[in-house]
Each structure stands twice: as structure tokens, then as C-alpha cells.
Design a protein around this ligand. Structure first.
Ligand code: GTQ
Length: 334
């Protein structure tokens, strides 16, 4: 017998009679609750995310970010970031149940002071401007399309000696760290610790767009197109299959002009940032008409399909490595 996973009723909540209600009240006073009354909210036949499909037009976010730039300095703010909050779970600084995302601005001449925390971070650069980020004494320049990691518990500061604003998308595993109640954070004694190492002498932390763009175009010439993803690559450590961040997976995909993708869903809710091109993605019942730098999120187990008008490149990230490590991850290609 074959049937779709999660189809049918798993457990219906039993009726609440006056006798049961009275019993539940006495249980409540002893910090207990009847499982049969909560079972259906606890063990779901398939993911029922409180997260919603959501879309942020860069053209609407950027002016607000620039306004923040004249209201507060990067130093006073610690990090001048507009947090992207999933509309289904407002107030908790989460774009999905497991991930944080925000858009950060460092104005010319500014410094975001050095600190470290248990949460791992990724930066996906939207506007360059000659900024840098440093990780434990090594600096890298930030150029549009670069995917840069800040590993857990490494000191990092961001600076912009250039003459244009530097803007990037931050992705952090803060909700995962906090779910485990495992958060630690501290300021560095120095605002900008000295550069003590060359970028070449430390493990790679900037996956530059010039190299990943070339790789994705090479894949599109030599590889087979995936019906849902187009040409999609996952960032990994050199000579390894491991994700650069243990909890967060990052991807780059090329959708050739005219691409019409099939429906796909996975248990890893995914944040997308449009790097190049124009097109649209159907996410659940929504259609997001996207262009460069727009950001959207696909909740867990929600169908998504992509269409591209011209050659388009999408960056994305999700908690897939965390789910895979725990043997939770599932996907379905229609
Ligand atoms: O750049 O270190 O968006 O600590 C949120 C928390 C960025 C950062 C964020 C952070 C950072």
C-alpha cells in the first residue's frame, strides 16, 4: 500500500466533558496536562509551520536602511541592522523557526565594533563600497555576491573605509542557539583589533562571487538542469562535503532565461536573495515577482517553484545541515 506521508487523520482531540474538564483543572494545579488533549498540536502528521511565505522588495527596504543610517551610528547600534521578521511569528526576530536574517548597513568611515558570540553568521553582500569584515585577525574585502562566514565564537568587526554605503544580508543561527539555551557573547577589548593574519593563511571565510559565479556558469554548460532548481550548487568547505557553517547550508542557483521550474518542497525553510535577473517564485499560494536584491522566504514543507525571465542567479540559505545531522531532513520533488 502506498499513501502520501502525513495523509489522513493522525489523532483527533477527544471531546472535553465536564467531568474531564474538572480533572484537567486538578492536573493543571500540579503542573501536568493530559497528553490526549494536546497530542494533535505536538506530534503533527506533517509540518504545520507558523511561518508564512514572505517577500521584501529591496527598493522598499533600502531607503529605510539609509534612514537608519542618519538616525544611529553603527557603533551606537553595535550592528545597524533591519531585522527581517517572518510575518507569521512577529516579535521574535526570526525569519524562520530556526534562522535569523537582517540587512546590515555600514556607512563610509564607520566601524561596527569587534565582538564574538556562539551564534554563527553568514554575510551575503548586496552593495560593496570597499568595506571589509574581519574574523579573528584576518580581513577580507566585501564585494557584491560574496558569501562570507563568521564561525561560532570568532571575534569579528566590520569597517567601511570606502566612499559608498556597504549593505549585506546577515543570516545567523541565533534561534537554534537560543533553543538550546547555549548563548554566550562578549565585546572585544579593542574596537578594531589589529590585522595579524593574511586571508591566504587562514581557512577560507570568503567564498567570492567571482569564483562561485564562474562555477555556476560552468555547471550550466556541463551539467544537467534540475527540473525544480535549475543549476544549483551548495557551498562547501574545500576538499570536503561539509557545510562551511555546521548549522546553516548556503546555495547558489542559476535559472537560465525562460526557465519554468517544477514544484519542490523540503523540511528546511529557505531564505532567498536574488543576485541577478528577474522572474517570479510561487510560494504556497503567493507569487513573488522578484528582481535584484529582493529577499523572500519559503516555509518548511511549502511548495515553491521558480521562473526566470532572463538568466537569473539566486542565493539561498537554510538549516539543512542541522536537520541532516539530526536525520530529520526530507524533501519532495514534484
Ligand atoms: O554582524 O555580528 O545581523 O552580532 C545580528 C547580530 C549581525 C554581526 C546581525 C550580530 C551581527
Amino acid at each position: 500500500m502506498t499513501r502520501e506521508a502525513g495523509s489522513g487523520d493522525f489523532h483527533a482531540r477527544p471531546e472535553i466533558t465536564p467531568e474531564r474538564q474538572e480533572f484537567y483543572k486538578r492536573l493543571d494545579r500540579k503542573n501536568t496536562t493530559p497528553l490526549w488533549d494536546v497530542f494533535s498540536n505536538l506530534v503533527m502528521p506533517q509540518p504545520q509551520s507558523a511561518c508564512q511565505p514572505a517577500f521584501w522588495k529591496y527598493g522598499e527596504i533600502r531607503p529605510l536602511l539609509m534612514e537608519a543610517g542618519s538616525l544611529i551610528t553603527a557603533r551606537e547600534a553595535e550592528r545597524r541592522v533591519l531585522v527581517l521578521e517572518n510575518p507569521g511569528i512577529r516579535g521574535v526576530s526570526q525569519i524562520t523557526q530556526s534562522l535569523y536574517a537582517g540587512v546590515q548597513l555600514v556607512m563610509p568611515g564607520e566601524i561596527a565594533p569587534s565582538h564574538r558570540h556562539v551564534a554563527s553568521a553568514l554575510r551575503f553582500v548586496i552593495e560593496g563600497g570597499g568595506a571589509y569584515t574581519s574574523v579573528d585577525g584576518a580581513r577580507t574585502e566585501m564585494h557584491p555576491g560574496d558569501f562570507i562566514i563568521t564561525p561560532s565564537w570568532t571575534f569579528h568587526d566590520h569597517g567601511n573605509p570606502g566612499d559608498a554605503p556597504a549593505i549585506w544580508l546577515d543570516g545567523l543561527d541565533v534561534p537554534i542557539v537560543n533553543m538550546f539555551d547555549a548563548s554566550f557573547a562578549e565585546r572585544c577589548a579593542e574596537v578594531t583589533p589589529p590585522v595579524t593574519k593574511s586571508e591566504e593563511d587562514v581557512p577560507i571565510f570568503n567564498y567570492t562571487y567571482s569564483s562561485s559565479r564562474e562555477a555556476i556558469h560552468q555547471l550550466s554548460r556541463n551539467g544537467a538542469v534540475h527540473p525544480a532548481h535549475g543549476f544549483r550548487m551548495q557551498y562547501r568547505k574545500p576538499s570536503s562535503v561539509e557545510s562551511p557553517i555546521p548549522t546553516i547550508g548556503a546555495f547558489l542557483q542559476l535559472l537560465p532565461a525562460g526557465f519554468r521550474g517544477t514544484d519542490y518542497r523540503g523540511t528546511d525553510a529557505t531564505v532567498y536573495c536574488v543576485t541577478e535577473g528577474r522572474g517570479r517564485s510561487r510560494v504556497g499560494g503567493n507569487t513573488f515577482e522578484w528582481g535584484e536584491h529582493d529577499i523572500f522566504v519559503v516555509p518548511s514543507w511549502c511548495f515553491v517553484s521558480h521562473e526566470a525571465d532572463n538568466d537569473a542567479v539566486l542565493f539561498s540559505f537554510s538549516d539543512r545541515p542541522a536537520q541532516q545531522a539530526l536525520k530529520l531532513w526530507r524533501e519532495e520533488v514534484r
